[in-house]
Design a protein around this ligand. Structure first.
Ligand SMILES: Cc1ncc(C[n+]2csc(CCOP(=O)(O)OP(=O)(O)O)c2C)c(N)n1
Ligand SMILES: [Mg+2]
Length: 481
């Protein structure tokens, strides 16, 4: 069907492998996680963002895959093919096609063909150009000789060993983000298994052992962080005891890095996220497996080759750069720049005409340079005072929002810390009126489209309302009826 229409195909992280990822119409893995500055997912996200119609196939349209329900844009027309009726229309108002994806796609393709559908021209060329631009952009990192080793280089080396029969088990945290974005699965099929959903760390090794037992003839590679591996490395003894030949690549940055970055992002600092530089290859040998430690990127290929050829359970401990991560903000599911679907229950100052607000729609427009003010549209919910429930307010703060977007895009933690600090007068104020707010709530209040917020407010005095208004005005928040 994609070929019939010349329509690019993006997959979700869990849908990776639904099509040959080297196909000229394969746009890669869309998501909040893969769409960072250097991600191939940026191409996939762009394809979905720019589409006028999106065909959703067998997807639960979760927050990660859809970048918090901004991709596709909710105003974009969608057709949703799914075997589960509950999925259709759950997050996107779609034209539903209930049934088995394979059968329904075949029927749709036949219908389109009969209706004389012709391929759009130029889509393949656009994708090819985007892909080659992206390759050129990441080449310095993918080929980097830096020490400590860049994870982009590890993934590039690993990708060479991922053939059509390889199963890759990627742990939660950055490992699964790297794997989803950088490995190219040719033969369609689900061969990247990752701990999405709950994202519990310590997953890759047990999953790899299970995969190898289920498919002994397949090559099984596990990709894990050092912190995650610390949860489960004792299972190496199990692998040795049963002779289960999994190869575990440990991206060892001596850090719970994702956790560290998430804490810095949300709280401005992190706690207990540094680890010692443990050599997990030595540990593997103690647990009766093989172990190879690599700190020179040029030895990655031979280490992988040796481990795979041996057929023995082997750990490759790769000393990677602790400052390197896939440039997209960790845990965007709770990050500051995201839409909200829950009501904001909040009483705000008179004058700035905000009383109790219910957020009915939010920032759903995709990030485009040409996008107008991302005003947050809110319906006023009357509590008292007889204000029309139909009245709409727009609260926005383009200057701060611009800075936030930029800082998130670049993962500029210093700038994010400063932005968080800028919100502290607001948070102090709410503490004083005995209604402490979270950072996210404060972001929402100043006109950044924050996540779900519920603020139980005690009534404010006129003086308090005035102070709150001054703080908001100082922060550059604009409120328009
Ligand atoms: C069971 C469980 N505990 C805690 C977390 C929270 N968490 C998410 S990522 C992460 C850090 C993982 O560190 P590591 O495995 O070294 O990977 P890195 O981020 O350094 O690549 C933690 C603690 C989780 N997802 N699952
Ligand atoms: Mg780590």
């Amino acid at each position: 069907m994609a070929e019939l229409l010349d329509a690019p195909v993006a997959t979700t992280p869990l849908g990776k492998g639904a099509i040959d990822e080297a196909h000229p119409l394969a746009a890669g893995v869309m998501s909040a996680y893969t769409g960072g500055e250097m991600g191939r997912g940026r191409i996939a996200n762009g394809v979905i963002r720019d589409a006028d119609v999106v065909l959703l196939v067998g997807t639960k349209t979760g927050n990660v895959a859809t970048s918090n329900w901004t991709l596709p844009d909710p105003s974009c027309r969608t057709v949703h093919v799914d075997v589960d009726v509950a999925e259709i229309g759950r997050n996107y108002r779609s034209l539903g096609v209930l049934g088995d994806a394979k059968l329904r796609l075949a029927a749709l393709a036949a219908g389109l063909e009969a209706a004389g559908a012709r391929p759009a021209t130029g889509r393949r060329a656009d994708l090819a150009r985007d892909l080659s631009d992206w390759r050129a952009r990441i080449r310095p990192l993918a080929e980097s000789s830096a020490r400590p080793i860049r994870p982009e280089r590890v993934l590039a080396e690993m990708a060479r060993f991922v053939d059509d029969d390889t199963i890759v088990c990627a742990d939660a945290s950055y490992s699964s983000l790297w794997a989803a974005d950088r490995l190219v699965l040719r033969r369609p099929g689900r061969r990247l298994i990752s701990a999405r959903g709950f994202g519990g760390i310590g997953w890759a090794l047990p999953a790899g052992i299970g995969a190898k037992l289920a498919a002994p003839d397949k090559r099984v590679l596990c990709l894990t962080g050092d912190g995650a591996f610390g949860f489960v490395f004792q299972e190496l003894e199990t692998a040795a005891r049963y002779g289960i030949g999994v190869v575990v690549v440990v991206l060892n940055n001596s850090t719970f890095a994702y956790q560290k970055h998430a804490e810095q992002l949300h709280y401005g600092r992190s706690f207990e996220t540094e680890l010692l530089d443990v050599d997990y290859a030595a540990l593997a040998r103690v647990l009766r497996c093989d172990g190879i430690s690599v700190s020179d990127p040029d030895q990655l290929a031979s280490a992988l080759g040796t481990a795979i050829a041996s057929g023995r359970p082997t750990v490759i401990n790769v000393v990677i750069d602790p400052e390197a991560f896939p440039r997209s903000p960790p845990s965007t599911s709770s990050g500051p720049a995201r839409p909200s679907r829950s009501p904001t229950d909040l009483r705000l100052p008179r004058g700035v005409p905000m009383n109790a607000l219910r957020q009915t729609s939010s920032r759903t427009a995709p990030r485009r340079a040409s996008r107008p003010h991302h005003a947050v549209h809110r319906h006023r919910r009357v509590r008292r005072g007889g204000v029309s429930p139909q009245r709409r307010l727009h609260i926005f703060n383009p200057a701060l929002e611009h800075r936030y977007e930029h800082a998130l895009e670049a993962m500029d933690l210093g700038e994010l810390r400063q932005l968080h600090a800028a919100l502290s007068p607001l948070r102090r104020f709410f503490s004083e009126v005995d209604a402490p707010v979270t950072l996210k709530a404060a972001q929402d209040l100043v006109g950044l489209a924050g996540g779900p917020v519920r603020l139980p407010m005690s009534p404010m005095t006129a003086e308090q309302r005035r102070r709150l208004r001054d703080i908001l005005v100082d922060l550059g928040t604009k409120v328009v009826d």
